[in-house]
Design a protein. Structure first.
Lengths: 201, 300
């Protein structure tokens, strides 16, 4: 089984629901976005258009971050998920330089959303999950998968633009979507074998 | 601008510079690479010229470089774990190489100091061989650390390792110039010729790398070149690398009959400073591969 995601750019309306639900699920500190939405305006009056690109860790089959990690903290977990063992990471940040998708974050110091007012109870509850001095990233919500749920960004996508499933199963919805709609990956030339696919707008 | 605000600005831009290596506390990593590179080169040059003081200086530089690396890490207390992934990670290989160098070099230097009449003894030879293996690794691994960074097209060049190896030798010659000026042991004339030769090789490799990045077709690599030659890093490059690291030493060498020990020491120091600024500029010039929007992909 190889878990992956398909994001339908025709359905995505850049509501940031994925970004916010990810933040709520993981309680990530300010400046850390496991899931984020890139926006860009293209063209000129009278035919400009807004382009959206939701991005997250691509959980590559041949992940350069895993190869670059000197400690083994970046590793392949079950079903091809790329995760970081926060107790092994030394914070050298080689993985951040290796990832062609810029989806890793280093927490150099504890930060809170309300600055000098200190942490909210929610931030206090989540801070143990994100120790300082290590790199962090999306892990396809492994804790939710273990409970039989989809990742938070998939579950909370209002437009149902995200589909999650087994890429090794040719009959799965994700495999069929990729085949029927011509799914593509970001930076295929990097040769990393991303497991997040996009369907064209 | 604080780190958080800078990150938000960077995330909004098309070309996001890397700010983990070479910026803020990340300067320690460049300092570490610089010191370790010079240490490797100095060990080789001191071995060729038979300058024991050079070996000692190389050892101290490597130890300081190791400390700088440790100080850079987010979790230095876990550093021993960095040996685990030596099969795939150049950082792991470098860590092992540096450890070997410090162990072997320590044994060799201790044997030289404690038993100078027994340089061919088994302990001395063992230390020498271990240090030699470590030297090869520490000179070679740094460039590969950058080349392995697929996210940064400017670094992801086959010339980068060659450039770093050449830098190590230039640093080694520079260190020996300073040491020979202080101790008066090595041949100053031979070293100067070697410095000119190695500097020519470094300049050639750098020019090829810049040309390759500019003409290679990758927009992020071109952005990096623009940053170095005419952007946010131009002062570091022109002031630190070209003026301090090349023009000043060359001017000192061109003054007829002025090859005094003090002038040679100044050549070595300015050359080494230029190397540091060159490394700092190329590390800071790293720009992440931009994520291309799908509509543009289809038009391409």
């Amino acid at each position: 089984m190889r878990l992956g995601m398909v994001i339908d750019l025709k359905r995505c309306m850049a509501c940031y629901g994925c970004q916010m639900s990810c933040k709520a699920e993981h309680g990530t500190p300010p400046g850390v976005f496991f899931a984020r939405v890139l926006k860009r305006e293209e063209g000129h009056y009278p035919t400009p258009r807004m382009l959206f690109l939701p991005v997250l860790c691509n959980h590559c089959s041949d992940a350069p971050c895993v190869s670059a990690c000197p400690t083994g903290a970046s590793h392949y977990a079950e079903h091809g998920i790329v995760d970081i063992d926060k107790d092994m990471c030394v914070g050298c940040r080689a993985c951040m330089m290796a990832c062609p998708y810029n989806n890793r974050y280093f927490l150099d110091e504890r930060r809170y959303y309300f600055g000098e007012a200190g942490p909210t109870p929610y931030e206090e509850a989540c801070s143990d999950r994100h120790p300082e001095g290590v790199v962090m990233k999306c892990n396809f919500c492994r804790h939710r998968l273990a409970e039989g749920k989809d990742p938070a960004c998939v579950e909370n996508c209002a437009a149902k633009a995200r589909t999650f499933g087994d890429l090794d199963d040719p009959e799965s919805i994700v495999s069929r979507l990729i085949k029927e709609r011509g799914g593509f990956t970001l930076h295929p030339e990097a040769g990393t074998g991303p497991n997040v696919y996009y369907l064209g707008p | 601008m604080n780190r958080y605000d800078q990150l938000i600005v960077d995330l909004r831009g098309d070309y996001r510079p890397q700010r983990e290596w070479g910026v803020g506390r990340g300067v320690l990593m460049v300092v570490g690479h610089f010191l370790v590179g010079v240490a490797g080169g100095t060990w080789v040059m001191a071995s060729i010229y038979g300058v024991t003081a050079g070996l000692a200086v190389a050892y101290v530089l490597a130890a300081l470089g190791a400390l700088a690396h440790l100080a850079y890490l987010g979790r230095p207390e876990r550093a021993l774990g960095m040996m685990r992934r030596f099969r795939t990670s150049w950082i792991a290989r470098g860590f092992i190489g540096l450890t070997l160098f410090l162990i072997g070099g320590g044994i060799y230097l201790a044997a030289l100091l404690l038993a100078p009449d027994d340089v061919a003894g088994p302990v001395t030879r063992t230390g020498q061989v271990i240090a030699a293996v470590g030297t090869v690794v520490i000179i070679g691994y740094m460039g590969f650390c950058y080349t392995a960074s697929k996210a940064i097209p400017f670094w992801h060049s086959p010339l980068h390792p060659a450039l770093y190896i050449a830098f190590a030798f230039r640093g080694g010659v520079a260190a020996l110039l300073v040491i020979s000026a202080v101790t008066g042991v090595a041949s100053g004339a031979g070293l100067l010729e070697m410095w000119i030769g190695v500097t020519t090789v470094v300049a050639l490799f750098f020019a090829l790398e810049i040309q390759g990045a500019w003409s290679g077709g990758n927009v992020a690599a071109r952005w990096s070149v623009r940053d170095i030659l005419a952007g946010r890093l131009a002062l570091l490059f022109y002031g630190g690398t070209l003026a301090l690291g090349l023009i000043v030493p060359l001017a000192l060498l061109l003054v007829p009959g002025a090859h005094s020990p003090a002038a040679m020491a100044l050549v070595g120091l300015t050359s080494a400073a230029g190397d540091f600024f060159m490394k700092l500029a190329t590390v800071r010039a790293g720009v992440y591969l931009p994520l291309v929007m799908p509509a543009r992909r289809q038009r391409a």
